[in-house]
Design a protein around this ligand. Structure first.
Ligand code: TYD
Length: 201
């Protein structure tokens, strides 16, 4: 495998998509061959997932099965071919999101299922970390709707921290948590520094 697999993760409102785009541009400007891929995808399963989420359906088992199918397709059609072609694949969410958002399924079971579908291991996972108050501000959540939202965001933020520790210790994965409270440019600089270190090696 010649390319590199870089995953950008974080709670809703952490600025993933902005940072993914800034990173892709910076790498492209440095002459790297870059592709951005997002999950859920725009494929059949990805569209089904988005519809479920919009309708407020959150059954972890059902979502887990769908995310796995969506991801398998993404791996076979997009991720592996791009890596084989030596590209830098930047993922806006990958199976780390499943470990956080569908945590009820269990870490071991989720990782085993991904091994079975031969999901390539990321070369680097960057978790953009922001306090929940800041995420709520960025998501423009009205204070009357914020109670439940806050609890969910708190849960996801804690789970990201736990998963980061687990993946580092048990899977020997390169996982970096970046403070994403600064300006877009400040955060971008930190992200780029981490990524360049990995792709230069
Ligand atoms: P999306 O519209 O892409 O939101 P965002 O910009 O925050 O990424 O929807 C993605 C939603 O799907 C997000 O709330 C997290 C959720 N998700 C999971 O629950 N499990 C997963 O494995 C993935 C990849 C995403």
């Amino acid at each position: 495998m010649k390319g590199k697999l870089i995953c950008i993760e974080g709670i809703d409102g952490s600025g993933k998509t902005t940072q993914v785009n800034l990173l892709a541009k910076a790498l492209h400007d440095r002459g790297y061959d870059v592709i951005i891929l997002r999950e859920p995808t725009d494929g059949v399963y990805g569209r089904k997932i988005r519809k479920m989420i919009e309708e407020g359906k959150t059954d972890p088992e059902e979502l887990f099965e769908l995310f796995l199918k969506d991801r398998k397709e993404n791996i076979e059609k997009n991720i592996l071919p791009a890596l084989k072609n030596g590209k830098i694949v930047i993922m806006d969410r990958y199976y780390i999101s499943t470990l956080v958002y569908q945590s009820e399924v269990g870490i071991e079971r989720i990782l085993e299922a991904h091994e079975k579908i031969s999901a390539p291991k990321p070369d680097l996972v960057i978790i953009l970390d922001i306090p929940v108050d800041e995420a709520l501000r960025r998501l423009k959540v009205k204070s009357c709707d914020s109670f439940e939202r806050r609890e969910i965001l708190e849960k996801h933020r804690k789970q990201y921290e736990k998963i980061a520790k687990y993946l580092r210790e048990k899977e020997k994965m390169n996982v970096v948590i970046i403070d994403a409270t600064g300006s877009e440019e400040e955060v971008h600089k930190k992200v780029l520094r981490e990524v360049l270190e990995v792709i230069k090696n």
